[in-house]
Design a protein around this ligand. Structure first.
Ligand SMILES: Cc1cc2nc3c(=O)[nH]c(=O)nc-3n(C[C@H](O)[C@H](O)[C@H](O)COP(=O)(O)O)c2cc1C
Length: 301
């Protein structure tokens, strides 16, 4: 009997495959392609205390093996989210992880407090978005600020807290340890890498925001390295992401030390990616006679 279940801070997922925030809406956009019941968890688009309009367009552009985005965390705000998106997701037998964004510590705590009475399983705190001027990345690049915001959020959280880390730092282990010291239950990484593209015909930036966050298959080796380093620096579980497009990619992250994985940009070029990855992991387990994912999680030392 093969066991694809994994546990994150006491929350059991039927398999380790989750969606990456911002690439899957809140599930409904993909539900005609993907049976959400087959996913370990759905991670929603970032939600703030009030609606955010996002950045001016153009805000996405393709790169070699990936893309740049500068959406700027456009979202309808927590009220609409609670009325519309949570009830939709509750129709499915999957875990619900709500990604939270904010401009100040108070903004984050307001959303976290509001979600305390909602039927969601975990919270993922985005302190690593490179595309907003205030908040976000300011917390994700300073270990003291990261530890402090983690402590504050934990005071208001009823659900386990995942702190989502930025790869735009010199030493990821310092940030992973800061999140753990602040009381994070889990860490997730990587968010996008800050990049830039020039449109040579228009002689200007491809994105109105000038810079954007790079994601997709091209970033995977950087992500695997950072997940490996972070997993060895802390005792709490790690969720790995960055360029995962196939089951083999996902298994690399598990072997590097991730307990679960998130699939992002791949959803845009293959809407079936999450399901194919979950099935591919199971097929790999059968072929290699792996009975429990614990046998391969962090197996490379
Ligand atoms: C269009 C787009 C929107 C995103 N929005 C969010 C977001 O709202 N919150 C967040 O924490 N991460 C966001 N991300 C980052 C992804 O969740 C993920 O960390 C990153 O893209 C790396 O994974 P990937 O290479 O599989 O896409 C976004 C990424 C993309 C491409």
């Amino acid at each position: 009997m093969i066991n694809t279940k994994v546990t994150l801070a006491g929350v059991e997922l039927k398999n380790p495959v989750m969606t990456a925030s911002g690439t899957f809406g809140s599930g409904s956009e993909y539900s005609e392609f993907v049976d959400l019941n087959k996913l370990g968890a759905v991670v929603t688009k970032g939600v703030a205390n009030v609606p955010w309009p996002g950045n001016p367009v153009p805000r996405v552009t393709e790169t070699c093996g990936g893309m740049l985005n500068a959406i700027g965390l456009q979202n309808p705000g927590i009220d609409v989210f609670c009325e519309r998106d949570i009830p939709f997701l509750k129709n499915y037998d999957t875990k619900i992880i709500v990604n939270v964004c904010g401009r100040s510590v108070e903004d984050y705590c307001q959303v976290v407090e509001r979600l305390a009475s909602e039927p969601v399983d975990m919270l993922e705190i985005n302190v690593s978005c490179p595309n907003v001027k205030e908040g976000g990345i300011a917390f994700g690049q300073d270990p003291k600020a990261l530890e402090a915001i983690t402590k504050e959020v934990k005071k208001y959280a009823a659900q386990p807290v995942i702190m989502k880390l930025s790869p735009n730092v010199t030493d990821i282990t310092v940030m992973a340890k800061a999140a753990e010291a602040g009381g994070a239950d889990v860490i997730s990484l990587i968010n996008t890498l800050t990049g830039m593209k020039i449109d040579i015909n228009r002689r200007t930036f491809a994105l109105a925001n000038k810079t954007g966050g790079m994601s997709g298959p091209a970033v995977k080796p950087v992500a695997v390295r950072m997940v490996y380093q972070a997993a060895h620096a802390v005792k709490i579980p790690v969720i790995g992401m960055g360029g995962i497009a196939t089951a083999e990619d996902a298994i690399e992250f598990l072997m590097a030390g991730a307990t679960a994985v998130s699939v992002g940009t791949a959803n845009f070029f293959n809407p079936y990616a999450t399901i194919q990855i979950a099935e591919g992991i199971q097929a790999f387990m059968e072929k290699q006679k792996i009975h429990d994912l614990g046998e391969i999680i962090g197996c490379v030392e």
